[in-house]
Design a protein around this ligand. Structure first.
Ligand code: PMP
Length: 348
């Protein structure tokens, strides 16, 4: 640490992203990327746009915004684009948490980091022993609520109606629904943004549109909320999405058939893998995401992670209380899942 760092950042515990090995020899099931390439239309669009890189991108992302808004059935002024949903969530913590933030003890680990970064007070509420969220615990709270739906790393989904009941109960409190994994079998709160101006829905193209490296995401909500987020964005980095990201996003959202094909395959593979793992003695949550959250009674999470790694399979292990026995396994291709099962059989 240099002597120049502002004191408020000295104690920050930064987020640790999943490992990105530089050699291609691992079967990579640790960061919830898609096993499939982006749509061929995305590849074409990016190649075409490479020749225009001398120009700055459109800071307002107008074409992307218009295409996305039409595809998701919301107004263009009800959406803001982000360089991944991490950027948008950071803006939200910065902009909308003057009274603090509330979220579950087991959820996306970055929420705590943003809270620290922006000096936001947190209220952390334990999940039930079965890892479901008890929404009743959030009733009456005045903090901004952050709900990952499906939750991470459990994959357990809530019905949108249950979340909306909270929005209805206290209109003066903002609810942020992080729908990073919604396309793998959960239901979105997007249809409710017209009725509730205290609801902000965040989605990403990193998982279900095979674009983790493209960094494309959006938040959708009442125009006033979006205006506020633009205020933050234009005070920080107007060109937040590169030209390549914008055109990749446009092509991805237009290729709906490919999106359906890829997400359907992942859902099917998830169910098949879950069945096989259960037959080998694993216990797991009912995941509606592109990952499984599983433990084996004979092995600790760390042992499982380490032994799989020795066999060339990377999964994610969180050394956090309550979930240290678990590993999170991204749903890959069928062939990758076969290798996983083979490795698991050898280990147990
Ligand atoms: N929300 C959740 C729940 C996540 O798991 C992730 C992925 N790490 C993100 C948001 C951020 O994803 P991205 O920045 O790639 O959109």
């Amino acid at each position: 640490m240099s002597r120049f760092l502002a004191p408020e950042y000295k104690n920050i515990a930064p987020y640790t992203p999943g490992e990105q090995p530089q050699s291609g020899s691992f079967i990579k099931l640790n960061t919830n990327e898609s096993p499939f390439p982006p749509s061929p239309a995305v590849v074409r669009a990016v190649c075409e746009q490479a020749a225009t890189l001398r120009l700055y991108p459109d800071p307002e992302c107008r074409e992307l915004n218009k295409t996305m808004a039409a595809a998701f059935g919301v107004g263009a002024d009800q959406m803001i684009m982000g360089n991944g949903s991490d950027e948008i969530l950071a803006f939200i913590f910065q902009a909308f948490c003057p009274g603090g933030a509330a979220f579950p003890d087991i959820t996306y680990g970055f929420y705590r980091v943003w809270a620290q970064l922006y000096g936001v007070k947190t209220k952390v509420l334990p999940l039930r022993p079965d890892f479901t969220i008890c929404l009743d615990d959030y009733r009456g709270l005045s903090e901004t609520l952050f709900i990952a739906n499906p939750n991470a790393p459990t994959g357990i989904a809530l019905e949108p109606e249950a979340i909306i009941a909270l929005a209805k109960e206290k209109p003066e409190r903002l609810i942020v629904v992080d729908e990073a994994y919604v396309d793998f079998g959960a239901k979105s709160c997007l249809p409710y943004i017209n009725g509730y101006d205290n609801l902000l829905v965040v989605q990403t193209f990193s998982k279900s549109r095979n674009l983790a490296g493209g960094r494309v995401a959006f938040a959708a909500g009442d125009k006033a909320l979006i205006d506020d987020l633009n205020r933050i964005k234009f005070s920080f980095h107007p060109y937040n999405l590169s030209r390549l990201s914008q055109y990749a996003g446009i092509a991805a959202v237009k290729d709906r058939d490919y999106f359906i094909e890829c997400t359907s395959k992942i859902r099917l593979t998830r169910e098949n893998t879950a069945r096989e793992l259960k037959s080998l003695g694993f216990e797991m949550t009912d995941s509606k995401a592109n990952f499984l959250f599983a433990r084996h009674p004979k092995l600790t999470g760390l042992e499982l992670y380490t032994k799989l790694r020795e066999r060339g399979v990377l999964v994610r292990h969180f050394g956090t209380v309550r979930i240290e026995d678990y590993v999170r396994i991204t749903v890959g291709s069928d062939a990758e899942m076969d290798s996983l099962i083979k490795a698991v059989k050898a280990i147990i």
